[in-house]
Design a protein around this ligand. Structure first.
Ligand SMILES: O=C(O)CCC(=O)C(=O)O
Length: 257
C-alpha cells in the first residue's frame, strides 16, 4: 500500500504552468521503481506482447525492417496498465493522483489506456531518434489538455537518449507549415531552428518524474551507451475532457483515479 503523497507545492504548479513541464525528483520510491523495472525486464526477455518495434516506426536510426539486423528491437512495451499490479500501483497511486489533481485544477482524473501507457525502451545499438513533436497532434479529445507522467526507471542522460523539451512551447501557436507530413517540426526552417535553441535536456535519475503537457514540444535522441534505458509513461485527462468518439483516443475505456 502506498502512503499518501506530499501536497503539491506552488512552485511545482507554477513551473508546470509556465514551462509546460515540471520535474519532481525522487517521487517514486526505490522499491517500487525496482519492482517496475524487474517486471519490465521480465517482459522484454522473452518479449511479452503487445510491443511496438523500432523497425515499425522507422524513425531516424531505426533498423530498416523487421528482417534487418536489430529488426526485432522493441521500442515500447504496450498496454502497461493491463500487464502487472506494479504498473497499476504507480499509475493510479496516491502521489500521481494528487499531483495530477493539482495540475488539472481539481477535476476528476482519468488514465488513458489508449495513449503512451507503455514502458519506453531504448536499446543499445538499435534505438532511434524521436523528432520534435507535440503529442496532441496525434490524439483526439474535447480539449488539448492532457498530461503525461514519465517515470525514470534508471538514469536518463543526453547520452542515453533522455527526453528534451522546449520550455513554454505549450502556449505557442505553431502553424501547420512549420510541421512536416508526419507532424514533426521541420527543423530546417529558420523559425524552428531558433525555437530549438531554447531546448533543454531533462536529465533524470531512477525515481524522478517528469509531468509534461500534450502541447509541449519534445524529442529524444538515440541511446549511445551499452545499457538499456527504461521509462514508464502514462497519460491522463480530466474526467470532463472526453475522447472524441470513434477515434484511436476512444479505443479503450479510461481508468478513473
Ligand atoms: O524516444 C523517446 O524516448 C521519446 C518518445 C516520445 O516522445 C513519444 O513517444 O511521444
Amino acid at each position: 500500500m502506498l502512503a499518501e503523497g506530499q501536497p503539491v507545492d506552488q512552485l511545482t504548479l507554477r513551473a508546470f504552468q509556465r514551462d509546460g513541464y515540471v520535474v519532481v525528483r525522487g517521487m517514486c520510491d526505490a522499491s517500487l521503481v525496482e519492482e517496475i523495472r524487474n517486471v519490465a525486464a521480465a517482459h522484454l526477455n522473452p518479449l511479452v506482447g503487445p510491443a511496438e518495434f523500432e523497425a515499425e516506426v522507422g524513425y531516424p536510426g531505426a533498423p530498416a525492417g523487421m528482417d534487418a539486423p536489430g529488426g526485432h528491437t522493441p521500442r515500447r512495451l504496450l498496454h502497461a496498465y493491463a500487464r502487472h499490479q506494479a504498473f497499476r500501483a504507480w499509475a493510479t497511486g496516491p502521489s500521481v493522483r494528487q499531483h495530477l489533481a493539482a495540475l488539472f485544477g481539481g477535476a476528476g482524473v482519468v488514465l488513458s489506456q489508449a495513449h503512451h501507457n507503455c514502458v519506453m525502451t531504448k536499446h543499445p545499438g538499435y534505438s532511434s531518434v524521436t523528432r520534435w513533436h507535440q503529442d496532441i497532434r496525434y490524439w483526439s479529445f474535447d480539449r488539448p489538455e492532457l498530461i503525461s507522467v514519465w517515470l525514470a526507471l534508471g538514469q536518463e542522460t543526453e547520452t542515453n537518449g533522455a527526453l528534451k523539451v522546449v520550455p513554454g512551447s505549450h502556449v505557442m501557436d505553431i502553424d501547420r507549415g512549420r510541421l512536416d507530413r508526419d507532424l514533426f517540426l521541420r527543423s530546417e526552417l529558420p523559425a524552428n531552428e531558433s525555437l530549438l535553441e531554447q531546448a533543454v535536456t531533462v536529465e533524470l535519475r531512477a525515481g524522478d518524474v517528469v509531468f509534461f503537457g500534450c502541447r509541449t514540444l519534445h524529442a529524444a535522441g538515440k541511446n549511445l551507451t551499452d545499457e538499456i534505458k527504461l521509462s514508464f509513461v502514462t497519460t491522463y485527462h480530466a474526467a470532463d475532457n472526453r475522447p472524441i468518439p470513434d477515434t484511436r483516443s476512444a479505443q479503450y475505456p479510461g481508468v478513473g483515479l
